[in-house]
Design a protein around this ligand. Structure first.
Ligand code: CA
Length: 418
């Protein structure tokens, strides 16, 4: 599919992240207006809450956009998603007869504040990148035992905290926690010294389910995707993770990009998961390509310094797709809800430069990496970490908007009392 041309001229540039082909869903506010739903188009946000109020959207089941989150649209299902997209393309396409009615509802994107685009119902995070699991397993258990015996058969996951999810731009405070003491001495309670990122994609569940669903059904339930940074305190994680997995190490914050890029916008970029090393049981096999070719990068900017790109990789590196993860999630009968967020797991490529966490990039802190004239093993106070993602189409780009957060120095001992 080529670029869909719009009368919003900035949307037609081949490298602009928000052409008419994209139309990602966000929530924005201005100094004069409370948070409302918007769609990014070129250098603007289209106020779709206002369009619905004025009767310009003709959505079945309306009003769906009279709330500052996209959950009602998501729950309405794929037919409504398609109707909304078709209508927005008609309104914004070059030559549209409705330009005069729509124009007043465009707000300059540099004038708005962005909020979480949906109410996060529950948050599950997976461990489904082959290179990441192999790297981390090698560091902890040696290369022979790097992958747990279940790894090639199920996408391993844990139940995270929806309350940890924040929108891009939200500062992240270095956490305190309990860490292993030296030489099996008593543990210590201290600020994390090995605070890290995980480069992930987040899949946003649109329609709910009761009971097990197939991989194809799971794919159809997904409304769209965001970039996701699973902030991780490695020293806290190393002490707490056995036998039930990460807990406080992952509970400080989970940053997502502000725009949900819809599954429909990503259709041209579908690609298959890599070849299986052992066959999956039939209920987890992919009936078609369900990953996406999304180029990803991570930038690290020291406080007052210049950004260094520390990793470049691709979502297509994942061993399991979000559809496979979602299907697996339901096998027990676990109900899934509108607004559930599934983290892909850290996306690392096969090369050193394509690793998706500082744990891997610095190989457990043993091999510092160059950053803006200095080096890094883990995050230092004042560092800003930014995830970016894009798909390259025929004369256009699908962007996600930055997923960024600055790490702030820890507060004093939270249990110290004067
Ligand atoms: Ca993770």
């Amino acid at each position: 599919m080529p670029l869909l041309r719009s009368w919003v001229e900035s949307a037609n540039a081949p490298d602009h992240p928000f052409p008419l082909n994209n139309l990602p869903c966000g929530v924005f506010s201005t100094p004069d207006e409370d948070p409302r739903c918007g769609v990014a188009i070129g250098d603007f946000v289209l106020d779709v809450t206002a369009l619905e109020e004025e009767g310009l959207l003709e959505l079945p089941g309306a009003p769906l956009l009279d709330v500052p989150f996209w959950n009602e649209v998501m729950e309405a299902g794929p037919e409504v998603w398609a109707a909304l997209r078709t209508r927005l393309i008609a309104l914004l396409a070059e030559g549209s007869g409705e330009k005069a009615a729509v124009g007043p509802h465009l707000v300059a994107r540099d004038k708005v504040a962005l909020h979480l685009p949906f109410l996060v119902s529950e948050y599950t995070d997976f461990y489904a990148g082959r290179n990441h699991a192999f790297n981390v397993g090698t560091m902890f258990r040696g290369p022979e035992n790097a992958l747990p015996p279940n790894w090639l058969h199920i996408p391993i996951g844990y139940n995270g905290r929806a309350s940890s999810v924040v929108v891009s731009g939200t500062p992240v405070r270095r956490p305190w926690g309990q860490v292993k003491g030296p030489d099996h001495a008593v543990p210590a309670f201290q600020p994390s010294r090995r605070f890290d990122i995980e480069l992930e994609m987040g899949a946003v569940v649109g329609t709910p389910s009761q009971g097990p669903v197939t991989v194809a059904e799971a794919d159809a339930m997904i409304f769209g995707y965001v970039l996701l940074n699973d902030w991780s305190a490695r020293d806290i994680q190393a002490w707490e993770y056995q036998p039930l997995g990460p807990f406080q190490a992952k509970a400080t914050a989970t940053t997502i990009s502000p725009w949900i890029v819809t599954r429909t916008a990503l259709e041209p970029f579908r690609t298959s998961t890599p070849p299986r090393e052992v066959p999956l049981l039939p209920h987890l096999q992919e009936p078609g390509p369900m990953l996406y070719d999304i180029a990803l990068e991570v930038g690290l900017t020291p406080d007052g310094g210049r950004e260094t790109i520390i990793s470049r990789t691709n979502y297509a590196e994942m061993y399991y797709s979000a559809a496979q993860q979602l299907a697996h999630h339901t096998t027990s009968g676990c109900p899934m809800n509108t607004g559930d967020l599934l983290g892909s797991g850290t996306i690392s490529g096969p090369t050193r430069e394509s690793r998706g966490s500082l744990l891997e990039l610095s190989w457990g802190g043993k091999e510092p990496i160059p950053v803006d004239g200095g080096t890094r093993t883990f995050i230092e106070d004042g560092d800003t970490l930014t995830l970016r993602g894009q798909c390259k189409g025929d004369g256009y780009t699908i962007g996600f908007g930055d997923c960024t957060g600055q790490v702030q120095a820890t507060l004093e001992d939270p249990y110290a009392r004067a």
